[in-house]
Every structure is written in structure tokens, then in C-alpha cells.
Design a protein around this ligand. Structure first.
Ligand SMILES: *Cc1c(COP(=O)(O)O)cnc(C)c1O
Length: 454
């Protein structure tokens, strides 16, 4: 009913525009843009209104871009404007990237070059890997766990409780048995608990999801220790499948000396990364790489698309492989390394600022995710677009985040905290000892309890 009314109003508005009896503010009213059939007699005005609406939306995006701190997105995408002429074309990479289809509107040559780059990064030979450009980290995880289950049909999935929700979704979709492994305070998988659960289920193969950076705390599971644990529990490499969910850190750990390396020289089976995260892209996308010898099992020749189907999606975005290809060309390995260094430094800067203001804070070593006390009000969370978990919030210090943004954020937080916790009221900052460890907690019991300015 409500929709009908607004459509009627819209028609009235459109008619009013055509007779010039509308003041231009009416263009701003959202109901003006409930989708209606264009009126021939007011095409020109309609075009003005549409353009205006698009400009307003861009202004909105610009404002939201300059206040995004809580999500794993690199919003520095201006260079992709160079590729805007491609928006005139439909580009569709349906099917296997290594097999041409007779649908000629594809960018598979670019896609394969992108895959080669990642294969080299994660140390697997060109003729030994298979992969594709996905819609993002989730699709990579869905692809990987399906492959794991097909290879080891009665395998049990082991994954830490701080894994991304897409892992649990995959387990439900594929009706897999799974074991949830506990985590350390840092957010890393607890290998003692993993060992205990592996031993209890020694008769079944193991499908292990390794978090190369958990979503909330940015904790990197110790891949080497996980492999060692499997071996010590008596699992041969035919009895396990290791997937590395490297959504964010797949492009960070290669630049860090100390982090366990993601490498197919180790007995891992697949890796996925989100390309809109560290690398940055105007649309969600990702890269998934696995061993070529697995995939034969899985691929089916489909007459209708005249190629082979081995991917979760049918039609696949043909623009995003070019975005990734272009950014890799512009930045190169060195440029990404510089981004990573800047992010690590800025993350430490924010951690120190929060600590100096007496706010509970944790930053894992090698991490760009700063975890801190959950801000009290919704407006503040929305303004800075922070995501929260229980008593915690986090800032993901991505390449678009500048020191200026962090300073503004800190000033705003310190000022608002003085209002939330006025020093006299009953409301006190929460204790975060169990979430981030006693030494990182600044609550009244564990820290000095000082609130900046009091
Ligand atoms: C973001 C994230 C994902 C999902 O990636 P999308 O690109 O959003 O689908 C998966 N795993 C982890 C650890 C993540 O942080």
C-alpha cells in the first residue's frame, strides 16, 4: 500500500516537473526516485534529477569514505577511474579461467596473469596450480571447503571459534562434521586444543581451516605449528586438507619476516584472499588458488557454455580481474610492501594514542587491526563505521587511513568518553581483561583507571 502511494506521489511530482510547477528541492525527495516509467514529456527534467541524485550519492560516498575505520576495505581506488571506459562492455569470465569458451567477451588472459602473480607469491609452479578470481574471500572459502570435502568425504572440519562466519556457513551448506577449536587471548588457534580434538577423531581425515588473520583481532594462526601438530598426531598428508583463509593477511604476511609463510612448498591445499581488502577495488573480488591435480575431480564439461565448470559461480565478473591486474601493475610488489609498512606503523600510532588516553587496547604483533574498548554510543559507532564484538570494537588501519583521520578519531573518542564516563556516574569503562588480556586492560581494576582530562 505504502509503495502504491509513493508511486502515485511520484507521478504527481513528475507531472509537476514537466509543467515547471515544482521547486528544485523536490528533486531531493527520495520518493521522487521510486522507479517509475519515464514520461516522454519530462525527459530533460528527469535527466537533471537523475544526475543530481547521482551527484548527491557521490557526495554521500565521499563523506562515508573519509570516516571508515572499522572494516577491512582499502578505499584508495582513484586509479581505477582510468578503467571507466570498460563499463561500456559486458565482460563475463564464465567457467574455468584456463579454458576459453566461445563467449568472446571475457578477460581470462588478464585473470590468468593475476593468478600467476599470486601463484608466485605463494610459491607454486605455474603448471601445478589452478585457481580463479572470485567474488571475494567468502567464495574462495566456499570453493576450498567444497574441494576439501570432495577429496576427503568423511573428513571433519577443524576451525577456530574466531574464524570468519563464511567457514561455519560452508560447514552448514555442505553438511560437514566440524570441531570448533578454542583460541588464545590474541585470537590465534589454540594448538593444544586442536591436538586434543585431532586425537579424539584420529579415525577420520582432517580438513583444517587456518586463519591467516582473524577478522576481529587480526590474529595469525601458526600454520607451521598446525602442520607439526597434525604430523605428531599421526596424520599423513593424504589424511588432511589445509585451507588458508587469508582474506586480509594473504597480502600482508609475505612482507613480514617473522610470520609463518603461506607457501605451497608446505603441505597446504588452498589459499584464498579478498582483493578488495588490502589491495583495494571498487567492487568486491578475491583470488583463490589450489593444486591443479585436485581439480580434475571436480570439473565438469558443460556443452551449453562450451567450456568447463569448476567454479562456485557460473557467470563471473570479468571487470574485477582487470582491476586487480591494473593495481598489481601500478603498485607492484614494492608498492604493496610500502602500503603494508605504512599500515603497520599507523596501527602502532593509533594503539599508542589509545593507550596514552587510558583506553584498553590490543594490537597483535604483525597486525593492522587495533582492538579497543567498545564505544558507548551508536552515533559514534555509525559515524566512524566501527564494527563491534561484545565489549570490543576495532579499527582496521587500511591504506586509505591517514594519520589525520586517526587524530580526528582519537580526539573525538577522548572527548566523547569524558561525557560517557564523567568520573562521577555509575558507568565505568568495561573490563577487557578476558578479551584482550590483563596487561592490555585499562579498567579500574587493571589499569590506572585514568580517563584523559580527569
Ligand atoms: C573478510 C573475511 C572473509 C570474507 O571475505 P569477503 O571478501 O567479505 O567475502 C573471510 N575470512 C576472513 C578472515 C575475513 O576477514
Amino acid at each position: 500500500m505504502a509503495t502504491l502511494t509513493s508511486i502515485t506521489n511520484t507521478k504527481t511530482n513528475m507531472a509537476a516537473i514537466s509543467t515547471g510547477a515544482i521547486d528544485e528541492n523536490d528533486c531531493k525527495k527520495p520518493e521522487t526516485f521510486v522507479l517509475v516509467e519515464p514520461y516522454e514529456e519530462c525527459d530533460a527534467e528527469r535527466q537533471v534529477c537523475l544526475s543530481k541524485r547521482m551527484i548527491e550519492f557521490q557526495e554521500h560516498l565521499t563523506e562515508r569514505t573519509s570516516h571508515l575505520l572499522g572494516y577491512h576495505l582499502n578505499l584508495s581506488c582513484n586509479h581505477l577511474m582510468d578503467l571507466s571506459p570498460l563499463l561500456r562492455f559486458h565482460i563475463n569470465n564464465v567457467g574455468d579461467p584456463f579454458k576459453e569458451s566461445n563467449l568472446g567477451l571475457h578477460s581470462k588472459k588478464f585473470e590468468v596473469e593475476v593468478l600467476d602473480w599470486f601463484a608466485q607469491l605463494w610459491e607454486i609452479e605455474k603448471d601445478e596450480y589452478w585457481g580463479y578470481v572470485t567474488n571475494g574471500g567468502t567464495e574462495g572459502n566456499l570453493q576450498a571447503l567444497l574441494l576439501g570435502r570432495e577429496l576427503l568425504p568423511d573428513g571433519i572440519l577443524y576451525t577456530s571459534r574466531e574464524s570468519h562466519y563464511s567457514i561455519f556457513k560452508a560447514a552448514r551448506m555442505y553438511r560437514m562434521d566440524y570441531q570448533i577449536i578454542s583460541t588464545l587471548t590474541t585470537g590465534e588457534i589454540d594448538c593444544d586444543d586442536l591436538r586434543a580434538k585431532l586425537i579424539l577423531n584420529k579415525d577420520k581425515p582432517a580438513i583444517i581451516n587456518v586463519n591467516i588473520g582473524t577478522t576481529f583481532k587480526g590474529a595469525i594462526d601458526d600454520l607451521d605449528l598446525i602442520i607439526k601438530t597434525l604430523e605428531e598426531c599421526g596424520f599423513s598428508d593424504k589424511q588432511f586438507y589445509i585451507h588458508c583463509d587469508a582474506a586480509l593477511y594473504g597480502l600482508i604476511t609475505p612482507f613480514l619476516g617473522q610470520a609463518p609463510k603461506i607457501s605451497f612448498k608446505k603441505p597446504i591445499s588452498s589459499v584464498s584472499v579478498s582483493a578488495h581488502k588490502l589491495l583495494g577495488s571498487a567492487m568486491p573480488c578475491g583470488v583463490h588458488i589450489t593444486r591443479k591435480r585436485y581439480i580434475g575431480l571436480f570439473s565438469e564439461s558443460i556443452e551449453y557454455i562450451a567450456t568447463v565448470d569448476a567454479t562456485i559461480s557460473g557467470s563471473r565478473n570479468g571487470h574485477t580481474p582487470i582491476f586487480i591486474w591494473y593495481v598489481l601493475n601500478i603498485k607492484g610488489y614494492k608498492g604493496i610492501q610500502q602500503d603494508v609498512r605504512k599500515c603497520l606503523m599507523n596501527a602502532r600510532y593509533l594503539r599508542d594514542g589509545l593507550r596514552n588516553a587510558g583506553i584498553s587496547t590490543m594490537l597483535n604483533e604483525m597486525s593492522i587491526v587495533v582492538v579497543f574498548e567498545r564505544p558507548l554510543d551508536h552515533e559514534f559507532l555509525n559515524y566512524w563505521q566501527l564494527s563491534c564484538l561484545e565489549n570490543m570494537a576495532h579499527v582496521v588501519v587500511m591504506p586509505h587511513v591517514t594519520i589525520k583521520m586517526l587524530d580526528d578519531f582519537l580526539d573525538d573518542l577522548v572527548q566523547k568518553r569524558n561525557i560517557w564516563y564523567d568520573g562521577y556516574g555509575d558507568v565505568q569503562p568495561p573490563c577487557l581483561a578476558k578479551d584482550i588480556g590483563v596487561s592490555n586492560c585499562s579498567c579500574l581494576d587493571h589499569g590506572n583507571g585514568l580517563i584523559d582530562g580527569n
